[in-house]
Design a protein around this ligand. Structure first.
Ligand code: PMT
Length: 321
């Protein structure tokens, strides 16, 4: 029998970690329902191409995953992600003619809501002659947001799938990716979610609320296996894959993005720094490092607009290659 080389041994151990993650994760509560919705959505995208090639479909992940510390969860570990990147990018991909599966963390930013007032919802509406209507000062933005959102849903262009925990996120991502496999090069993954790096395995979790009277807490968190390589190799090998690299230290950012590009065989890695992520990102590919800036001369302009334009061009080149 031939001896395994280093890379085969590494892949084997990653496989083991991934299998053990999925085997020990609590099953998705509404798995069959999510699976049906995703399948129907993807079938509709093929029908809408009407025999002319295929439609482009992007899965956008958005917001941060939580790590529960108890099965009947009272406490969890969370991260900073607001979901702005994923929500804004969804609008630009729709504008570019893509079908979008928006895999988002419950309670984070939603597409078409960027221009809405920050006031609490109840302060944006009033009752006049028994009818509820948007207050004069906000009525245009609210009408536009509701109109665009309803339009995208009614035309079957947008499917929204929520998650909360790291267990839900990775199981749903796998389900979506496998369903998108047949789209070949027309599929894209835009992995902007901030995914937990460490988790507490379900089997070692307390059932009930951890008692503070037991004294200081000592917990062993296990590394979440990176799913990027299995996504590329097995789940959807022909899809165009964009991952993100977030750092707080600009000195190591580009090098880390470059390493991730090669290690996980991504088509591009979007490098961003925590404090400047809304102003500038760098798109790292095998041959270039392209800085993308927000247009500072327009107050409402965001960095996602030029970023999505660039990534759509790169995806087109990949499809035509
Ligand atoms: O949501 P906002 O507030 O608008 O902020 C946007 C953002 C900063 C969250 C976004 O631009 C971003 O950088 N998202 C990725 C953050 C992150 O998890 O970076 P990372 O370096 O830890 O992971 C790199 C990549 O590996 C990510 O694409 C992630 O999807 C993936 N990953 C991470 C951990 C893990 N266990 N498995 C993974 O597949």
């Amino acid at each position: 029998m031939a001896a395994m080389n280093d890379s085969e041994t590494l892949q084997d151990s990653l496989h083991g970690e991934i299998e053990s993650f999925f085997d020990s994760a609590p099953p998705l509560k509404d798995g069959p329902d999510i699976s049906r919705k995703v399948k129907e959505f993807i079938e509709r995208t093929s029908l809408s191409a009407g025999g002319k090639g295929a439609s482009r479909v992007v899965c956008i992940t958005s917001g941060g995953t939580t790590v529960p510390l108890e099965k009947r969860c009272v406490r969890y570990i969370d991260n900073f992600s607001s979901g702005h990147r994923g929500a804004a990018s969804t609008e630009y991909f729709l504008e570019a003619g893509y079908f979008v599966i928006f895999l988002y963390r419950r309670g984070t930013c939603q597409p078409f809501c960027q221009s809405l007032p920050e006031d609490p919802l109840l302060e944006c509406f009033e009752v006049k002659e028994s009818n509820v209507q948007a207050c004069q000062s906000h009525s245009e933005e609210i009408k536009r947001a509701i109109g665009e959102h309803c339009d995208a849903l009614k035309r079957g262009l947008l499917l929204k799938v929520p998650f909360t925990t790291i267990f839900e996120y990775l199981q749903i991502l796998q389900l979506i990716a496998i369903s998108m496999k047949n789209l070949g090069r027309y599929a894209m993954f835009f992995l902007a979610a901030a995914v937990s790096d460490f988790y507490l395995p379900w089997k070692s979790m307390e059932e009930h609320k951890i008692q503070s009277a037991s004294g200081p807490l000592d917990m062993h968190l296990v590394q979440v296996p990176k799913m990027l390589s299995v996504l590329r190799r097995e789940w959807a090998p022909m899809a165009f894959c964009i991952s993100f690299k977030l750092e707080t230290d600009s000195k190591i950012l580009l090098e880390k993005a470059d390493t991730a590009l090669k290690k996980y065989k991504m088509h591009a890695v979007v490098a961003n720094e925590l404090l400047t992520r809304k102003e500038v990102v760098v798109v790292v590919t095998g041959s270039e490092k392209i800085p993308v800036h927000r247009d500072k001369t327009v107050a409402s302009a965001d960095v996602e607009s030029p970023l999505i334009k660039l990534l759509v061009e790169k995806h087109s080149s990949q499809i035509d290659a």
